[in-house]
Ligand binder design. Structure first.
Ligand SMILES: *Cc1c(COP(=O)(O)O)cnc(C)c1O
Length: 386
């Protein structure tokens, strides 16, 4: 079989099939050296000088992500936030930026503070509405448009292809936070995005034991070169051991995401008709607002994230928190994308200004048996009514 034509799942399972030149090992060694020897004639023929700029432990993970996203190059960062903020730091004071009203909360908060200090003109809009995107773009001034889809914690879907089309016509670069969709289900670069970002802490690593972030670019643009320089100079790099763990985690990315997705679909369908649940938010439900667009740009499933709104007295907050308190298998914790299922009362985390209704529980579906997860939520919902 021609290696160039293998499917992404094969690329991930074999981590591109790299063999260590030195030992012929099928698993790469971890390189801890912070510095590299200079040749006697004062050259650096190895191409490596110092570990803040170059670390061979990054190469395989970056190459795998680049292949999975169909991009030109990738960069690993110390966290998803380090990756995302590097993009905004590459902009200049006075630049106009469009970001979604519904997005990962910490990044939204950072953007509001950073924008004020840095002189970026950030406008938060309904990114799922192409007419609003068209209206909000200021030709010549808007430099970046940030998409998150499906977006935390309502799983709002933005049409990547349509939005990129509008942006391209106005010379605006589009960056997609594709953490929730993963390269298993969606490939934003093929839909017109410039750069795709992942909180690799989540699905890419998948085992809740590494904090990491990635950016992958479609081409070696001026924006990309600035981002690359920012990583090398500010030093938000990943440690070599974490990079190695991330490569190991990505080998099982496809079976993990497929299992989580199928389970989330079954859980969403089960609770969508449940008397103790007011609403289930999940892109895979046919009556979900963004379902048709999700169907178009996500292949093989709708992801492992959903939210349920619990029925209860008043705004339902008490009942929702009681459900989170009453589960035995689901872990009451923030984050997402691990093999174990997590449950979280999102409004408590996000505080004032959150788009999360008071009765919303965010569920990250892991790879446990689906019927166990459903039974555990069932008993917690019943217990919470007492
Ligand atoms: C977790 C997350 C981030 C931030 O990643 P960290 O690794 O926690 O810094 C960004 N976007 C999304 C969608 C996330 O879930």
């Amino acid at each position: 079989m021609d290696k160039k034509n293998v499917k992404p799942a094969t690329i991930a399972a074999q981590a591109l099939g790299w063999i260590d030149d030195e030992t012929r090992g099928i698993v790469a060694p971890i390189h801890t050296s912070t510095t590299y020897i200079r040749d006697p004639d004062n050259q650096y023929r190895s191409g490596r000088i110092y570990a803040r700029d170059h670390n061979p432990s990054f190469d395989q993970a970056e190459a795998v992500i680049t292949a999975l996203e169909g991009g030109h190059a990738s960069l690993l960062f110390a966290s998803g936030m380090a990756a995302a903020t590097a993009v905004f730091q590459a902009l200049a004071p006075g630049d106009h930026v469009l970001a979604p009203k519904v997005m990962y909360w910490s990044l939204r908060n950072w953007l509001m503070n950073f924008a004020a200090h840095w002189g970026l003109r950030i406008e938060f809009i309904d990114m799922a509405d192409p007419a609003e995107v068209r209206r909000a773009i200021q030709p010549g001034h808007t430099k970046l448009l940030w998409i998150e889809t499906p977006a935390n914690p309502l799983w709002t879907i933005t049409d990547i292809e349509v939005t990129c089309g509008i942006a391209r016509a106005a010379g605006v670069a589009v960056v997609v936070d594709s953490t929730v969709a993963t390269p298993v289900l969606s490939r934003p670069l093929s839909l017109g995005a410039e750069i795709v970002m992942h909180a690799a802490t989540k699905y890419l690593n998948g085992h809740s034991d590494v904090v990491a972030g990635t950016l992958t670019t479609r081409e070696g643009s001026a924006l990309w070169l600035r981002i690359k320089a920012i990583r090398a100079q500010i030093g938000g790099i990943l440690g070599p051991f974490e990079a190695w763990l991330l490569t190991r985690g990505m080998r099982t990315l496809f079976p993990r995401v497929r299992a989580s997705s199928a389970s989330a679909q079954a859980i969403a369908e089960h609770f969508a008709r449940h008397p103790l649940v007011e609403e289930v938010l999940y892109p895979g439900l046919i009556d979900f607002e963004g379902h048709a667009v999700a169907r178009k740009q996500m292949v093989g499933g709708f992801g492992g994230m959903l939210s349920i709104r619990v029925r209860g007295d008043g705004n339902g907050e008490r009942a929702a928190i009681a459900v989170a308190a009453g589960v035995n298998l689901w872990k009451r914790a923030t984050s997402l994308g691990g093999v174990e299922s997590l449950i979280e009362h999102r409004a408590s985390v996000e505080g004032p200004g959150t788009p999360a209704p008071s009765n919303l529980l965010r569920l990250s579906v892991g790879i446990e048996d689906t019927s166990d997860l459903i039974a555990d939520l069932e008993q917690a919902l019943v217990k919470a009514q007492k």
